[in-house]
Design a protein around this ligand. Structure first.
Ligand SMILES: [Zn+2]
Length: 463
């Protein structure tokens, strides 16, 4: 046993629940090789002062959108909607440069780590230069994201996005989408080329067909089977049924709703993540949950865009897996996403503690465990919490934070999620056994913040 590969936690949330006196040990690769509850305190091992909880996977991110979070909060027309927001988003997407993306993603991943996320699934769809032409190395922007994750220590599942059409029925892409478009073969070659770089840093590659609007049926089938020929276990993420307009357009095109169509035409299973899946019928809830796919819920973005509410109790009644994503980064805070998710369910049902389970009455604990498990499934990486064989990705909460001090470990996690009042109780964070956040700060915090502010200033000035 060496000092740098172990931690003694007086209280830790394991995959089996809360446990006392837990000795965590990990190997050179950062994988947990021992998770021993009821062990004897050992003065030679570093000891946590606050409760240790698993880091949360962030299963849906568009990094560049961090640069305009907060800048679309004004009314532009009589009834603002997702679609008017998208117009503004395209204006940013069409200006961003590789250096700006690097600065924005690096800062974003630092914010995520400092807020308790230890992995991210990056749904990456700006591929080409401002004129829609491939860069000399047409993986330039993907490499920026890999570099941001590498520099910050963030665990990454990179999901290059397939985007080919502007609507159902193979409508050609519009001018605002020219930086997104790749052919299916071009996408598969990109994935092959990125594989060595991704593997070298422990990142995972997957495929993101953007949506049924943006990928025609033949391309969807070819891309998914091509991805699985490269890597049979690769994850497939897709935006689906986020907006009622999308449901109506899909019905007009096919006579079927988006989730219904997908389940009828694609081999959806536990390798898939259905991002949002907001607008489903009870039968779609049942079939999608039973497929084994993860529901990718993005509570702050869905609230920000006025998407609607997912019916989590119905999803859970069918054993559905789920995780959370920060998506457009209106909020970058793992605890706050859980709070918003539970509060949405409370408001809709006029009940409290909706996502508690028969086994776990404490809703923050129950949600953390489910979001880690489902989130890990969506990443395709071994980041499923504190158990042997999983990565040593964990967070030590600040037991001296006024919202937590003097409470039991279970209540500290509740306070972290429900009563921190937008302050942070994240004290230290480890990814793959490496300390990446110390006393709430990442080592690159100051310089990355400055680079982000500069990049955003340039982007906003150009608008
Ligand atoms: Zn998204």
């Amino acid at each position: 046993m060496t000092m740098t590969h172990s931690l003694f936690a007086p209280h830790a949330l394991l995959t089996t629940g809360w446990a006392d006196n837990v000795l965590l040990q990990w190997d050179e690769r950062g994988r947990l090789i021992q998770v021993q509850a009821h062990s004897t305190p050992d003065t030679t091992v570093p000891t946590a002062t606050g409760p240790v909880v698993p880091g949360l996977p962030n299963l849906h991110s568009h990094a560049f959108q961090r640069a305009f979070a907060g800048l679309t909060e004004y009314r532009g027309q009589a009834q603002d909607s997702f679609w008017s927001w998208r117009t503004l988003m395209y204006q940013f997407a069409n200006r961003i440069t590789p250096d700006q993306l690097l600065a924005i993603a690096t800062w974003l991943y630092i914010e995520m780590l400092e807020a308790g996320y230890t992995s991210v699934c990056e749904f990456h769809y700006v591929h080409h230069d401002q004129n829609g032409q491939p860069y000399a190395d047409d993986a330039t922007l993907a490499h920026c994201l890999l570099q941001s994750a590498r520099q910050t220590g963030m665990g990454l599942t990179l999901l290059p996005v397939l985007y080919q059409t502007s609507g159902f029925g193979a409508t050609p892409p519009n001018d605002g989408q020219r930086r997104f478009v790749r052919t299916t073969d071009n996408m598969l070659r990109l994935l092959e080329r990125l594989t060595p770089t991704a593997q070298a840093q422990g990142a995972r590659l997957g495929l993101a067909p953007h949506s049924l609007r943006a990928v025609p049926p033949e391309a969807l089938a070819a891309a998914v089977s091509g991805m699985h020929a490269i890597d049979p276990n690769a994850r497939i993420h897709i935006h689906i049924a986020e907006q009622t307009a999308e449901v109506d357009a899909c019905l007009a095109w096919s006579g079927q709703r988006p989730v219904e169509w997908l389940l009828n035409h694609a081999p959806v299973d536990q390798r898939w993540c259905l991002v949002h899946a907001t607008h489903m019928t009870p039968d779609e809830y049942r079939r999608a949950a039973l497929s084994g796919a993860v529901a990718g819920i993005c509570p702050s973005t869905e609230a920000n865009l006025g998407d609607g509410l997912f019916d989590m109790p119905l999803w859970r009644s069918h054993g559905g897996a789920w995780g959370v994503g920060s998506d457009s980064h209106a909020t970058v805070n793992a605890a706050e996403e859980l709070l918003l998710l539970e509060y949405g369910q409370r408001l809709q049902r006029q009940q409290r503690n909706v996502l508690a389970t028969p086994d776990q009455a404490h809703v923050a604990t129950a949600m953390t465990q489910q979001a880690v498990q489902g989130g890990a499934q969506a990443t395709g990486r071994p980041v499923g919490g504190l158990a042997v064989g999983q990565q040593a990705d964990f967070v030590e909460l600040d037991a001296r934070h006024v919202a937590l001090a003097g409470l039991t470990a279970t209540d500290m996690l509740s306070a972290h999620v429900f009563a921190c009042h937008r302050t942070s109780a994240v004290q230290h964070v480890w990814v793959g056994g490496q300390p990446v956040v110390h006393n709430g700060r990442h080592a690159l915090h100051e310089q990355a913040a400055q680079a982000f502010v500069t990049a955003r200033h340039t982007l906003v000035a150009g608008s």
